[in-house]
Design a protein around this ligand. Structure first.
Ligand code: MN
Length: 213
């Protein structure tokens, strides 16, 4: 019997007001409870349609439309699932990374400051709605940056995101209005480098990059 996965909205690892003053409680609550939840529901709905088709409960299926929905909503779900723990209250968050992650950033981008400047540009220049991310390239094991429109458009297949910033208007408009640049600059104060370092270590944890036979 066919059984495709289902997803659940993960709890935030801190309270809704924990990222103030940089991201206000009202944004965090709506963003998590309404926006993120919509992607969870949408991904599950797409999988349910596929499952009903597999079980013969419906005779025909517009599989292309269903997979389009799945791509958008699943990507939305996974990006937010990385985004929340990528942040921590001011004091715990912010500053600079250390250890192997800091070395990898220096190796790929020259210095932390060069990385920060580039990543900020990537985030500020997303056309419309989307994301900027720092990812591990499993072919080389190196760090690269990427830009995503919506949740899934322009995503480079295979890259493993370890640090992401949401630049949809719902992530900042209630506090920053149209000033995305200030949101991006302030966001650095709540980046949880411990979480990013853990993701980096998992992504490069094997003895060889993932896609090298
Ligand atoms: Mn969002």
């Amino acid at each position: 019997m066919a059984s495709l996965p289902r997803y659940e909205l993960p709890p935030l690892p801190y309270s809704y007001n924990a990222l103030e003053p940089y991201i206000i409680e009202e944004i965090m609550k709506l963003h998590h409870q309404k926006h993120h939840n919509t992607y969870v529901v949408g991904a599950n709905a797409a999988l349910e349609k596929l499952e009903k088709y597999l079980k013969g409960e419906v005779e025909s299926l517009d599989v292309r439309a269903v997979l389009r929905d799945y791509s958008f909503n699943y990507a939305g779900h996974i990006m937010h699932t990385i985004f929340w723990p990528n942040m921590a209250p001011p004091g715990k968050g912010g500053g600079k990374p250390g250890g192997a992650l800091a070395d990898a950033i220096d190796k790929s981008f020259g210095s932390f400051d060069s990385f920060k400047k580039l990543f900020s540009q990537v985030a500020k220049t997303v056309e419309g709605v989307g994301w900027a991310f720092l990812g591990v390239d499993p072919l080389s094991g190196s760090l690269v940056v990427g830009q995503i429109e919506k949740h899934n458009v322009l995503m480079t297949a295979g890259l493993v995101p370890i640090l992401v910033i949401d630049v949809w208007e719902h992530a900042y408009y209630l506090q920053y209005k149209n000033d995305r640049a200030s949101y991006v600059e302030n966001w650095w104060n709540v980046v949880n480098w411990d979480d990013v370092a853990k993701r980096y270590e998992k992504a490069v944890g094997g003895s060889k990059p993932l896609y090298i036979p």
